[in-house]
Design a protein around this ligand. Structure first.
Ligand SMILES: *Cc1c(COP(=O)(O)O)cnc(C)c1O
Length: 361
């Protein structure tokens, strides 16, 4: 790593290992030939396992927002219900409207989770045909109760469930088929520990059928184009091949550690950060029982100068955490424990941030 390397403990993009960068620098291959097909065939079963699905897993050369917009364009005929509980989930309402779709928010206060009873009450109106949900609301550190919410949506046969798992994917299990989720989407720069630029998603058969009935899906994000090309183990347009080399490397790493061990490591490192939070007189922004396992959103109840603190850790220890997102900047800060982090790397980060933390008054 270069001398000026500042280690990222922000919730995305996160640290990318030298081994991943090395894997990404493999010589280029054509995307319409056997070498590409072989690459896709090699990573596909592992991706299906991570997605908890037997459905196709598609690769999109875009960040996750491309796929969030795609889900709206491909699936909403009547009206989308946007489960809104933070910056990423709230924004989805705006995205849906900008796509010219009818949409309404089930809005809860930032820091609170989406609750099954509220979702059921909204869906009972019969107005909606799509629900969007952010599993792990990265801005507030809330992990929504995915299984319970999916069970509610499944009571309404005509409603499709689209779930953003951008900051939880590969850090916690996502049993897509078991929960009956229609679209699960994620991006490369969070727990997968790759550079940004690759989106990954899976689409249920009934969601694919819905898409076929929707006009004006466009081209770049047309689910049917992805399906058609997937049948040949290809992508609609030229994909980010270097990122896919990186993904192949990361998948090998993930499966040699083992999924259970990986999930347990994320939980353990997350608990280590939680211990630091209480030992230093801070509180959590998210309520107990709904806290993310891949990052911690800390309430700045000590009222410290978060940006000065982050500047100090950057200068003295060459690492950064995040100073809060959007309207909760400075009243919260966030620490990521996702990706390739270890007990040692989390311990030394906590030491560094403690060293620069203003003393308790
Ligand atoms: C980071 C993040 C996104 C945005 O992803 P982009 O790569 O910027 O498109 C969306 N949703 C969640 C939950 C995220 O954490």
């Amino acid at each position: 790593m270069p001398k000026n390397h500042v280690r990222l403990y922000i919730p995305g993009p996160i640290e990318v290992s030298p081994a991943t960068f090395a894997a990404m620098s493999a010589p280029m291959i054509g995307h319409r030939g056997g070498e590409f097909v072989k690459l896709y065939e090699e990573i596909h079963p592992q991706l299906q396992q991570l997605f908890g699905t037997t459905q196709p897993v598609f690769l999109s050369t875009s960040s996750a927002w491309g796929l969030m917009e795609a889900s709206i364009r491909n699936l909403v005929a009547k009206k989308a219900l946007i489960c809104a509980c933070g910056a990423f989930s709230d924004k989805w309402l705006d995205v849906a409207k900008r796509c010219g779709k009818q949409a309404e928010a089930l809005q809860v206060e930032w820091g609170q989770p989406i609750l099954p009873a509220d979702l059921e009450a909204k869906l009972a109106s019969g107005e909606f045909d799509v629900v969007t949900l952010v599993h792990n609301e990265t801005s507030t550190g809330v992990q929504n109760p995915l299984a319970e919410l999916a069970a509610i949506v499944r009571k309404f046969p005509d409603v499709l469930l689209v779930v953003d798992t951008v900051s939880s994917f590969s850090a916690v299990p996502i049993p897509t088929d078991q929960l009956g989720i229609d679209v699960v989407l994620t991006g490369s720069q969070k727990a997968l520990a790759l550079p940004p630029g690759l989106g990954l998603f899976t689409v249920s058969e009934r969601a694919m059928e819905r898409a076929a009935s929707i006009p004006d899906r466009g081209y770049y994000f047309d689910f049917l184009e992805f399906q058609k090309n997937w049948e040949k183990m290809m992508t609609p347009s030229t994909p980010c091949i270097s990122l896919l080399f990186g993904l192949r490397h990361q998948l090998a790493t993930i499966f040699s550690e083992g999924l259970e061990a990986r999930f347990a490591r994320h939980e353990r490192l997350n608990n280590t950060v939680h211990d630091w939070v209480s030992a230093n007189g801070f509180e959590h922004f998210a309520p107990e029982g709904y806290r993310s396992k891949s990052l911690t959103c800390v309430a700045n109840n000590r009222d410290i100068d978060v940006s000065a603190w982050i500047k100090a850790m950057r200068e003295k220890h060459s690492l950064v955490i995040n100073g809060g997102y959007g309207k909760i900047k400075n009243i919260t800060f966030r620490i990521s424990n996702m990706g390739d982090e270890t007990d040692t790397s989390i311990a030394s980060m906590l030491e560094a941030i403690s060293d620069t933390l203003p003393p308790l008054k």
